[in-house]
Design a protein around this ligand. Structure first.
Ligand SMILES: [Zn+2]
Length: 239
């Protein structure tokens, strides 16, 4: 079904399906998955917020370490809790688009995809006004049309190359361990301050893991950056 949807032959099915979901896959067009200049820089990214109460707890940890991060937010939650989004923006973090209801965009029509992006953008605009043009597809799922539509709306797709595997709220030390194993330098780390199924997901372990990760890598001389900062250093890398 996926192959038919993508218009690809059976031989390519496995790889095409993989490429449509793999965060670092580049078959379907270039997407930022690592920081352009690599090195000792790390971008922490948080998906599926705003979330009561863990987004605000996370802001406290980030403020304590003077670290800027990037948040990809779900539009319907933004409508529900614009106050939390305001706090995130006020703290200087980057806020990006994670669609309005978090569907797997591989299975959405072009019209529906466009509506998902625009509805989320409108919600963010009503909450905080001007915000970044960054967009992250839910579940990392995209096909060529997804990227074309996003770019047509002036948005820049951002993936990741390190996964925190924090969906099911494992203990913070486990999240830390999994992240550390994947670190190569210039990493974009995927974590979650919310859950796409409902507001109120328990993300305390992610908040604690964030503190552990910042301490560990700052001690090793790493710098934490928001994705917009990373991109502006080398704009050609994301065109
Ligand atoms: Zn998500």
């Amino acid at each position: 079904m996926l192959a038919a949807f993508l218009g690809l032959g059976a031989v390519a099915t496995g790889s095409a399906a993989y490429q449509s979901m793999a965060p670092t896959g580049q078959w379907f067009g270039h997407t930022l998955a690592r920081l352009p200049s690599g090195g000792k820089r790390i971008a922490l990214t948080y998906d599926d917020g705003p979330n009561d109460a863990h987004t605000l707890q996370l802001l406290e940890v980030l403020a304590e370490h003077s670290v800027r991060a990037t948040f990809f937010m779900i539009g319907r939650y933004v409508r529900e809790r614009p106050d939390i989004v305001c706090e995130v923006a006020r703290a200087g973090h980057v806020v990006g688009n994670h669609t309005f209801t978090h569907p797997l965009l591989i299975f959405q029509s072009e019209e529906a995809t466009r509506a998902q992006l625009l509805d989320c953008r409108a919600a963010l605009h009503d909450a905080i006004g001007e915000h970044s043009n960054l967009f992250r597809p839910p579940f990392g799922g995209r096909r060529p049309a997804t990227l074309r539509i996003a770019r047509g709306l002036g948005m820049e797709p951002v993936m990741w190359n390190v996964t925190g595997y924090d969906w099911n709220a494992p203990p913070a030390v486990e999240i830390e361990k999994k992240v550390c194993r994947q670190m190569r330098g210039g990493d974009v780390i995927l974590l979650h301050d919310g859950g796409h199924k409902a507001m109120g997901a328990d993300r305390l372990q992610t908040v604690i893991a964030t503190d552990l990760l910042i301490r560990r890598y700052k001690d090793q001389g790493y710098e934490f950056v928001a994705v917009d900062t990373a991109v502006s250093h080398q704009p050609s890398a994301v065109r």
